[in-house]
Design a protein around this ligand. Structure first.
Ligand SMILES: Cc1cc2nc3c(=O)[nH]c(=O)nc-3n(C[C@H](O)[C@H](O)[C@H](O)COP(=O)(O)O)c2cc1C
Length: 355
């Protein structure tokens, strides 16, 4: 086994990572975070190599500081065409509300990283300071090639078993994603029983079973929360929801309004994409709740119906079907430029740490 690389890209930076957020993180956001002294990320999970290359080039034109790239390693679950047909029949009434009809079938909107050789070649060419995997890991040979290219490697764990798999696979760090976290749960096997560990308990549990540096994620919105996680032993903290409201993100106007509404509730749902993810409750998550888990097709094919419905409805100013991912801490969101948010988080973290 190659010796563990140090996280040298993190050493001279504030221990704050702007989470990779497919569809939300932009070069503008990641560049502003990097230039403010923290670590920006790009979520490339839903992109092909061509779009990813352009996005990375855009980020490089904005900053010379280290950044993280992130990809999805979901397993290709077999599609159950009967479940898909019934799900589309259920959604048809929603499409009809907007003068449309449900699509005939679901489609696969993007390819897992482990099957996308162009994306793999791109990562080896781009050599980001760090690359993280969500939903699982690529194969051993590719991990070895990335390590040879001296790319620091991390992956999301939602429980101790996943943390141990990540360590055994020879990666450099773990992103411990608590139940509070916005966005998709990075669990390797979405069919497995979920222990639903909150961020603090997961952090403690990971630190007790692995020697790897652990990055805390889930529900962190302020420097005080960051100070607590670092006090418990986290090497850094990864924040998604906190950065979603920044003007540099790709969040839609409607998503920003929902984020600013402190009374909204988040739910963990499979109804939007087919995998558990936390976001604001809406008409589509209610339909999923009523239908029950077995009525919802697999990831990522379910996404194609949700995206089509959201696109038709939002064009008519109805935003009740969107994937507005957000964590349980969303009420503490501060919609300010990313550099100002980093400055505030660092000040609060230092104040809390010195108390
Ligand atoms: C809008 C949104 C999109 C996300 N997309 C990704 C992604 O593409 N890849 C990934 O590894 N994590 C993704 N996440 C999860 C984050 O990495 C992180 O676990 C989470 O944001 C932490 O919880 P918080 O949102 O409460 O800060 C996303 C989170 C949000 C809020």
């Amino acid at each position: 086994m190659v010796p563990i690389m140090s996280l040298n890209w993190l050493e001279a930076r504030h221990p704050i990572i702007q989470a990779p957020m497919a569809g939300i993180s932009t070069p503008e956001l990641a560049g502003a975070v990097c230039n403010a002294g923290a670590v920006g990320s790009l979520g490339l999970g839903a992109m092909n190599a061509e779009a990813a290359e352009e996005t990375i080039g855009n980020l490089r034109s904005r900053t010379e500081q280290p950044f993280i790239l992130n990809v999805f390693c979901h397993s290709n679950e077999p599609s159950d065409l009967e479940v898909e047909r019934e799900w589309l029949a259920k959604l048809d009434a929603e499409f009809v509300r907007f003068g449309a009809a449900a699509p005939e079938s679901l489609t696969t909107p993007y390819t897992p990283y482990q099957d996308d050789l162009d994306m793999q070649a791109l990562m080896l060419r781009e050599k980001p300071a760090a690359l993280t995997f969500h939903f699982g890991l690529p194969d051993r040979n590719h991990i070895a090639a990335l390590r040879k290219a001296e790319i620091s490697l991390g992956a999301t764990a939602t429980n101790v078993t996943e943390a141990q798999i990540i360590e055994k696979a020879g990666l450099d760090f773990i992103v411990a994603q608590g139940w509070e976290a916005g966005g998709h749960r990075g669990m390797f096997n979405p069919a497995a029983k979920d222990e639903q560990l909150p961020a603090n308990r997961l952090l403690d549990a990971c630190l007790s079973v692995t020697k790897l540096p652990v990055i805390a994620a889930g529900g962190l919105m302020t420097g005080t929360g960051i100070a607590r996680a670092i006090g418990r032993g986290a090497r850094a903290c990864q924040l998604g929801t906190a950065f979603t409201g920044c003007p540099e993100s790709a969040a839609s106007q409607a998503q920003r309004l929902w984020l600013a509404d402190k009374n909204r509730q988040t739910v963990m749902t499979r109804a939007i994409s087919g995998r558990p993810a936390r976001g604001f409750a809406n008409r589509l998550t209610d339909i999923g709740e009523e239908a029950g888990d077995r009525a919802i097709p697999a990831y990522p094919r379910t996404y194609s119906a949700g995206k089509a419905l959201h696109s038709i409805a939002s064009a008519q100013d109805c935003h009740d079907y969107g994937a507005f991912w957000a964590g349980t801490g969303h009420a503490k969101s501060r919609p300010m430029p990313a550099a100002d948010l980093v400055t505030n988080l660092v000040r609060e973290w230092k104040e809390a740490a010195s108390e």
